[in-house]
Design a protein around this ligand. Structure first.
Ligand SMILES: Nc1ncnc2c1ncn2[C@@H]1O[C@H](COP(=O)(O)OP(=O)(O)OP(=O)(O)O)[C@@H](O)[C@H]1O
Ligand SMILES: [Mg+2]
Length: 337
């Protein structure tokens, strides 16, 4: 299968010297949902803008559907849709007018716009509100309208820069469903950026963790989690007698990496994968050794742990600094007044 996107050694240095993207390479398969996960300023938006031809790269090559974007930008632009981090909706126009305008940009006929416009507005649950001006829309509706506009010309590849930024959990989940639908029903390739761990985890086939312009890790979410450590099974045994025999038996089980006492009878078993399947084995062996079990707990590493491992920072910390930044901006505006 041909790659939808191939990026090799992409570098982007802005005027003034900020090295926003520092030599990254990746390729995205057709019909893949590929997630770019990283903190503020990591270079996610810059990468997208380079790939869609909105920014000129400082170095590197980019191919979209096998075509070099420097050589033939027209082919690329016709085949992609882009919903920017800041929504491009004009809120003095109605939902329908926004869509219509977008369709005209792509030189679609009126009949085509009418047909496709109805399709995407219904798909995104906006059909009933199409005649209302966008300034009456909620944040979630604006984002949905923005994505709908990016779909009017039926692109093969959809670029979504922070599709759910600032939206509540429920709305975020609705947008995830739309994204999955687009891939399943319309065979689209989707490149999205996010700094929501859960979003990258739930939605992406593969995730690249990007930090300070570099890709720190790239794999399926499950593989990323497995690479930094397996499932953790924490067991609290009731007796001390005969425990050593039991612990050796546990260590001999296939997939078990480590068995360690945390404190008073509580033991942690690190298993490569399928921690849930280990639990009955633990119970059976404990019975064989005449040892009771007070409690068993299973914990899977989250993408949070992966992120922390590769960037040395927690994503929450990065979000905190964004709030800090916004607060600072508001304050400086007040001071100027
Ligand atoms: N037009 C510009 N001129 C100069 N520097 C820029 C410009 N746009 C972005 N940068 C800088 O490039 C770096 C990467 O920015 P970018 O917007 O790509 O990050 P991001 O990962 O999308 O962040 P966020 O999560 O905040 O959207 C940052 O240091 C940013 O300040
Ligand atoms: Mg961004």
């Amino acid at each position: 299968m041909m790659s939808a996107i191939e990026v090799e050694n992409l570098v982007k240095v802005y005027k003034g010297g900020v090295r926003a993207v520092d030599g990254i390479s990746f390729s995205i398969k057709e019909q893949e949902i590929f997630g770019f996960l990283g903190p503020n300023g990591a270079g996610k938006s810059t990468t997208i803008k380079c790939v869609i031809g909105l920014l000129r790269p400082t170095a590197g090559t980019i191919k979209v559907l096998g075509v070099d974007i420097q050589r033939d930008p027209g082919v690329v632009k016709r085949n992609i849709g882009y919903a920017a981090q800041e929504t491009a909706v004009d809120d003095r126009l109605t939902g329908w007018e926004n869509l219509y305008l977008q369709g005209r940009f792509y030189h679609l006929s009126r009949a085509e716009i009418r047909r496709r416009g109805e399709e995407v507005l219904k798909l995104f649950g906006l059909w009933e509100r199409r005649k209302d001006t966008a300034d009456t829309y909620s944040g979630g509706m604006l984002k949905r309208l923005d994505i709908a506009c990016a779909l009017i010309h039926r692109p093969k590849i959809l670029f979504l820069d922070e599709p759910t930024l600032g939206l509540d959990v429920q709305t975020r989940k609705t947008i995830w469903e739309y994204i999955e639908h687009l891939r399943a029903e319309h065979k689209m390739t989707i490149f999205l950026t996010t700094h929501y761990m859960e979003e990258a985890d739930m939605l992406s086939d593969r995730v690249a963790i990007i930090d300070r312009g570099k890709i720190m890790a790239l794999d399926r979410p499950g593989a990323l989690k497995a690479a930094i450590g397996g499932d953790l099974v924490t067991v609290r045994f009731s007796a001390e007698d005969g425990l050593d025999g039991l612990l050796s038996a546990l260590r001999a089980l296939p997939g078990v990496r480590e068995v360690r006492e945390l404190r008073d009878g509580i033991h942690r078993i690190v298993v490569e994968r399928d921690g849930d399947r280990l639990i009955p084995e633990v119970v059976r062996l404990a019975q064989e050794h005449g040892i009771g079990i007070h409690s068993v707990r299973l914990k899977r590493p989250t993408l949070d742990d992966v992120y922390l491992h590769y960037t040395g920072r927690e994503i929450r910390e990065a979000e905190g600094s964004r709030e800090e930044l916004i607060r600072t901006r508001v304050m400086s505006r007040r001071i100027r007044r």
